[in-house]
Design a protein around this ligand. Structure first.
Ligand SMILES: Nc1nc2c(ncn2[C@@H]2O[C@H](COP(=O)(O)OP(=O)(O)OP(=O)(O)O)[C@@H](O)[C@H]2O)c(=O)[nH]1
Ligand SMILES: [Mg+2]
Length: 270
């Protein structure tokens, strides 16, 4: 097992790591890789192993959850990815309009190729892969005929003449190198819930935000949130564990506004 996969085992259950290994086989069957990344943390949410695995295949990067990320930061990220040679689209995976833009980009990439183009969607847990697959299928698809042999358990869907999409997404696991990417990935939902302490995540997030904004953020800290949202128990004790879970949900449903956790060109604290 390589070192990256070994590290991943610490954070992700075995089935996810196995799925990641399987992706190497899937990639052999495709010509185009559509990578889904959470726009709020593109550095932590990207997978460094992917570059090597993709090789010379065509690639399209989707910065998903555009609706929850800071618009100016997402714009900077798109420019950053493009400057590194990645065709990139900011999208909201649940929105048909975004899916339409993704489909147009896939068609444009396929048009530059000869023969059938087969695509796979890959990304970290919870990055929005299924939403985008479902959206693409609703727009375009007809199931293609079963092909025996190599693709036994795989289904392909026809997105357009000459373009097929694998129905199964490829699961990536991140390289979690810093404490900062740990809490960021947990906060955006990319780490299984049983693998982190929600209080620690909420506290670290707010500490980071307060430092970044010189204390001028309007986002409440966990303590204030817990008290104002009724997590105080009788006798004055506060239920921080449940409050923290609710805090993380609030972050992800946009209650705290559009917030990006990473911008291009920065570095994490170790
Ligand atoms: N706000 C917002 N939520 C989204 C967006 N895309 C997907 N979601 C939501 O995020 C959650 C995860 O999306 P999925 O499409 O299931 O993600 P996935 O990558 O298939 O997740 P796994 O299969 O668990 O790896 C769902 O609740 C979606 O409705 C988006 O652009 N914005
Ligand atoms: Mg899924």
């Amino acid at each position: 097992m390589n070192a990256d996969l070994q590290r991943a085992v610490q954070w992700y259950p075995g089935h996810m790591v196995r799925a990641m290994r399987k992706m190497g086989e899937y990639l052999k069957l495709v010509d185009l890789v559509i990578e889904v990344i959470d726009a709020r943390a593109p550095r932590s949410d990207a997978n460094p192993m992917l570059d090597a695995m993709i090789g010379s295949r065509a690639r399209l990067t989707i910065l998903n959850r555009d609706d929850l990320a800071d618009p100016a930061t997402t714009k900077a990220w798109v420019a950053d990815f493009v400057s590194r040679g990645h065709e990139t689209i900011a999208a909201e995976g649940r929105q048909q309009q975004s899916v339409g833009r993704i489909l147009r980009a896939v068609k444009a990439l396929a048009a530059g190729r000869t023969g059938m183009t087969r695509a796979i969607i890959v990304g970290l847990p919870n990055s929005g892969k299924s939403s985008i697959i479902n959206g693409l299928l609703k727009r375009a698809a007809a199931k293609t005929e079963d092909r025996a042999g190599v693709t036994r358990q795989l289904q392909w869907f026809r997105l357009a003449p000459g373009i097929e999409l694998m129905d199964t997404p490829g699961i990536l696991v991140p390289k979690i190198e810093t404490a900062e990417s740990q809490w960021k990935l947990a906060l955006i939902g990319a780490v299984p819930r049983e693998r982190y302490d929600p209080e620690e995540v909420a506290v670290n997030f707010h500490r980071w935000l307060a430092a970044k904004t010189n204390g001028r953020t309007t986002v409440p800290d966990l303590e204030t949130f817990a008290k104002t949202r009724g997590f105080a128990r009788r006798g004055g004790e506060v239920d921080y564990h449940n409050a923290a879970q609710s805090y993380i949900r609030a972050f992800n449903d946009g209650t705290f506004g559009r917030l990006s956790l990473e911008a291009p060109g920065e570095r994490d604290e170790p």
